[in-house]
Structures are given as structure tokens and as C-alpha cells.
Design a protein around this ligand. Structure first.
Ligand code: HEM
Length: 517
């Protein structure tokens, strides 16, 4: 008997030693070897040290503690880092390379998808996109799914969604006017979510957007909340999961959702998906994206379902965050506010006018200053500050650095937007920098700034860049052209005084706005 106990103890000790050795290898040795391998190249940037387990995620934590947006460090080191082509990053325990310079980005794009392609790495929010084309490599199937969806959402046909967008924006304004003091970002999430629900699943979905579903809280209690509330809360919960050290430390816990927040998030996500399936089964709207995709008879129901869930994350979260940044910057920079007002006035988009009738594609297309406001907000505060993950499918060379097959990558998004080689006064909100007739634009050209197409990275790049940029820009233009003339608002002074703020996905800031009328 004693021998058996001793034998079991020995096995347990061996297993424990193995786990400790494996964690030590993954958390310390592997990142160390990676850093040593790539850090020796003079065009590869590397931090002086790294913190095992958290890696570069530690900077997110530092930023938030200092009351800055979690990607502020990337803006602050932009000038220093952008002398390099690549950067070594350790995300949790996973070492990877980040494409920094325009040169590196250009080279890597030319290698996609045969030598470099997207990988499925379901972490954080991206767990909601599992099964979608975005979480899969570039194949004939994923390319045609992407193409067909965005053909339907394409600009030529997108004008049919304008009345829906205006109606939802009007409803949103009525709601926040009643509440007066709101978290504008939180409310904007509801607005863009609803727009997407109606486009994806049908304009007869109103009753189901109000229906309540069970949602498990961290203390195990069950609340009954709407689908939109579930979506917003899940987004936040998945973000917490993303930066949780355990996600990197014990990947199977992340992958298989065994315990704690991972299990709970997965359970809540299942409720969310079931509710969407209920919508699909009830929708009679033949023009819903679901029905139009189904009628093509090219894809399975599962493929369409996962792709539409992806669109909700990719489309609704990004546009609500950008909408919030736009109104924040407009409150902070009176010059831009004045110019936007003049432009909208010129096209009859004034307070008290019949905005529903005036907001049409012909008008929207002429609103140049509004386009520049949107571009400038995306430059200063991109909703997605770094790209998704990619992988070298064979040994390659980027900017003369030999890179092994299997190496992970991502594209830097926010840094180049703050690089003084590309932009004059990058920390200032100056929409005119996009106006070819403005002084600042002319000066930029003289100084050879802003020309590189990759200096603006907010929509990503290459064949896996954002396919929804025209649609997203149209949606933003409509929401702003309705809200800006109609909504009198102020932004909490503390937020206005904070130059390190941002409302990109994952922000910890509450957008405290007061809606005056
Ligand atoms: C309005 C602001 C938006 C911004 C700033 C934005 C930004 C981005 C970025 C940076 C990427 C990642 C590219 C990469 O990994 O290299 C991306 C991908 C994507 N976006 Fe957007 N996006 C926006 C709106 C939209 C909209 C409205 C939709 C849908 C209607 C959409 C759908 C997608 C999809 C499906 C992908 C994945 C593409 C793929 O994997 O092939 N986005 N977006």
C-alpha cells in the first residue's frame, strides 16, 4: 500500500516538474531565444527587457494605471521605433515580429497569401469570430465568402440602408436626450449593434432586440438582459480574458474554456448565438444579408452564420468606437467643429431641418470635410490599434531579415499615425491635413510627408485588410450628419484635459457626455 502511495507521489512530482519546466521554457527560454535571434539585426527594434508571462502586455497595464488609453505607449514611442523596419514583441508568452516600416509592410503584402497568411488564433474577442472567413487562411472558399458578402454590402447597393441608419440614429438621439448624462461609447455600441442586426437578420427584428436572455455574471448570478447588452458585455469580458496571464500561461484553458471566466464567457456566447439563430428562424425580410447570402446557394448555413457574427464584431464595434472619438475630438477642437458646421449648413443639414429627407447618397458623397474629420479621428485613435495575427508559411526575408517558417506576425497600426516623418504635428486633430487645397497638405507634400499609402493603417492592408471600409465610412458619415446638427452636448472636462485618452476597442475610459438637447 505504502509503495503504491509512494509511486503515485513520484508520478505527481514528475508531472509537476514537467509543468514547471514547460512553463519556464515557454515563458522565459522561448521568448529569450526569439529576442536573441532577431534582436541582433540593426533594423529590428527590441525593448531592453521583457517580463515573463505578460511580455509587452505589461505596457497596457502601465498605461491604464497612468490613466492613459491602453495603446498610448505605441503612440509615445512612434518616432523612436519608426526608424526600424521590424519590432520584436512578446505577447504574453508568445514571441512575434511586428511590421513597422512602410518598406516592411510593402514587402510582406507582396508575399501574401502564399508565403504569409492569416492564422486562426482565437484569443479574446476573436473567439467570437471562430468559424468565420477571417479566422481562416486565404483559400478559394474564404475569398469567395468575403467577396460575396461585401458585394452585397458594397457602396452601390449600400444606399438602401441609409433610411435604416437614419432611423436608428434618430431613435438613439431620443434615448440619450432623455438620459442626459450618458456613457456615449456605451450608447453608441447599442446604435451600431442595432443597425447591424437589422441589416444582417432583417428589419422585422425589433421585438427580438428587446427580448431578454439569461447572462451569467462573474459571481455566478444570472441576469436577464437584451441581446445587445450581452454583446457589449461579452466584448468587455473577452478583452479581460485576452490580457489575463492565464490565457497565455495555460493555453488549453483558453482554447477549451475549462474554468472560470473562460467557461462563463463561452456559456454566455452560446446564449448569444442561440438568440441569433432564433432571429434567423423568425426573419421574413428577403433583403436581410442572411437571406441574400443563403439565396446564393454557395455556402453552408454554418459558414454564413459565422461570417455574419464576424461582421457584427468587425463592423459594429469599430464604428461605434470611431463615432465616439469623432464627437470627442469635435468637442475638444473648436476649429474643426466650426468648419464641419459650415459644411453641413451649406448642404441644408441644420438643426430643426428635415434631416431624414436631406441625408441622401448624393449629399453624403459631397461632404468632404466630414470625410476628413473621420479620417483624422481614425488616424489619431484607430479602433483597432494593432492588426490580427499572421504567420510565415515558409522561410522568408523581410527588409533583409531572414525569418523562419512558423514565425508569427502582426502589423503595427497606431504607431505610424504618430510618426513625425509622415505627419506634421501628429498629436493635433487637423482634418485639413487631408484637404489637397489646404496649407498643411501642401506643406506636408513639400516636406515629403504623408505620401506613403502605408502611413495610414487604420483599415489594415493587403488582401486581408478591412473589406468594410466603404461601408463603415458611409455609416459614420450618416450617423454624424444626423447627430452633429441635432445634438448639443458637452464632454466631461477631465476627459477633454487628458491628451492621452483614446476610445479604441478595449479602452477603459468611459465617454462621459452630457446631452443638453
Ligand atoms: C469603421 C471603422 C473600421 C475600422 C477602423 C476597421 C479596421 C479594420 C482593421 C484594422 C482590420 C484588420 C486588418 C488586418 O488584420 O490586417 C479589419 C478587418 C476586418 N474588418 Fe474592418 N474596420 C472598420 C469597419 C468595418 C465594417 C463596417 C465592417 C463590416 C461591414 C468590417 C469588417 C471587417 C472584416 C470582416 C475584417 C476581417 C477581414 C479578413 O480577415 O479578411 N470592418 N478592419
Amino acid at each position: 500500500m505504502l509503495e503504491l502511495v509512494w509511486f503515485i507521489c513520484k508520478i505527481a512530482i514528475w508531472i509537476l516538474c514537467f509543468i514547471i519546466a514547460a512553463v519556464f521554457y515557454l515563458a522565459v527560454v522561448k521568448p529569450y531565444l526569439f529576442r536573441r535571434k532577431y534582436g541582433k539585426y540593426s533594423n529590428v527594434y527590441m525593448d531592453k527587457g521583457f517580463i515573463p508571462l505578460l511580455g509587452d502586455l505589461i505596457y497596457h497595464v502601465y498605461d491604464e494605471k497612468a490613466n492613459k488609453v491602453h495603446y498610448d505607449h505605441l503612440r509615445k514611442i512612434a518616432n523612436e521605433v519608426h526608424k526600424y523596419d521590424l519590432k520584436v514583441e512578446v505577447e504574453g508568452m508568445t514571441p512575434m515580429l511586428v511590421f513597422i516600416s512602410n518598406k516592411a509592410v510593402k514587402e510582406v503584402i507582396s508575399l501574401m497569401p502564399d508565403k504569409v497568411d492569416k492564422i486562426s488564433w482565437p484569443k479574446g474577442l476573436m473567439k467570437m469570430a471562430v468559424g468565420s472567413f477571417s479566422m481562416n487562411p486565404t483559400t478559394h472558399n474564404t475569398k469567395s465568402r468575403r467577396k460575396e458578402i461585401f458585394n452585397i454590402l458594397g457602396l452601390n447597393s449600400a444606399s438602401r440602408y441609409i433610411p435604416l441608419m437614419v432611423d436608428r440614429t434618430k431613435e438613439f438621439l431620443e434615448k440619450i436626450r432623455k438620459e442626459k448624462k450618458v456613457d456615449f461609447l456605451h450608447e453608441a455600441n447599442f446604435l451600431t449593434f442595432k443597425i447591424f442586426i437589422f441589416i444582417l437578420f432583417g428589419n422585422d427584428m425589433h421585438h427580438l432586440t428587446e427580448k431578454k436572455y439569461p447572462f451569467e455574471r462573474p459571481d455566478g448570478t444570472i441576469d436577464h438582459i437584451t441581446l445587445c447588452e450581452i454583446f457589449i458585455q461579452l466584448g468587455k469580458d473577452y478583452m479581460v480574458e485576452f490580457i489575463h496571464p492565464i490565457t497565455s500561461l495555460i493555453p488549453p484553458l483558453n482554447d477549451y474554456n475549462f474554468i472560470g471566466p473562460w467557461r462563463r464567457n463561452n456559456k454566455n456566447f452560446t446564449v448569444f448565438k442561440d438568440a441569433l439563430r432564433e432571429m434567423i428562424s423568425e426573419s421574413k425580410d428577403q433583403n436581410s444579408l442572411w437571406n441574400m447570402m443563403s439565396q446564393l446557394n454557395q455556402f453552408t448555413d454554418d459558414e454564413i452564420f459565422h461570417d455574419l457574427v464576424l461582421l457584427m464584431i468587425g463592423g459594429s464595434e469599430t464604428s461605434s468606437h470611431c463615432l465616439c472619438s469623432i464627437f470627442y475630438y469635435l468637442a475638444k477642437f473648436p476649429e474643426a467643429r466650426k468648419k464641419l458646421r459650415e459644411e453641413l449648413d451649406k448642404f441644408g443639414l441644420k438643426k430643426g431641418s428635415n434631416l431624414e429627407a436631406s441625408i441622401k447618397m448624393e449629399v453624403i458623397e459631397k461632404l468632404d470635410y466630414l470625410s476628413w474629420v473621420i479620417k483624422e479621428a481614425l488616424r489619431m485613435d484607430p479602433p483597432i490599434p494593432t492588426s490580427f495575427f499572421y504567420e510565415a508559411k515558409e522561410d522568408i526575408k523581410i527588409a533583409d531579415v531572414p525569418i523562419d517558417k512558423g514565425t508569427l506576425f502582426k502589423f503595427e497600426v497606431v504607431g505610424p499615425h504618430y510618426n513625425e516623418d509622415y505627419w506634421i504635428e501628429p498629436a493635433k486633430f487637423i482634418p485639413d491635413r487631408f484637404d489637397p487645397e489646404s496649407e498643411i497638405y501642401q506643406d506636408s507634400m513639400k516636406q515629403d510627408k504623408g505620401k506613403g499609402v502605408f502611413s495610414r493603417r487604420y483599415f489594415g492592408q493587403g488582401i486581408r485588410g478591412c473589406p468594410g471600409q466603404s461601408f463603415g465610412t458611409l455609416e459614420l458619415k450618416i450617423m454624424v450628419s444626423y447627430l452633429f446638427p441635432e445634438m448639443d452636448y458637452t464632454v466631461e472636462q477631465e476627459l477633454l484635459d487628458n491628451d492621452d485618452i483614446g476610445f479604441g476597442i478595449g479602452t477603459h475610459f468611459k465617454a462621459n457626455f452630457e446631452i443638453k438637447s
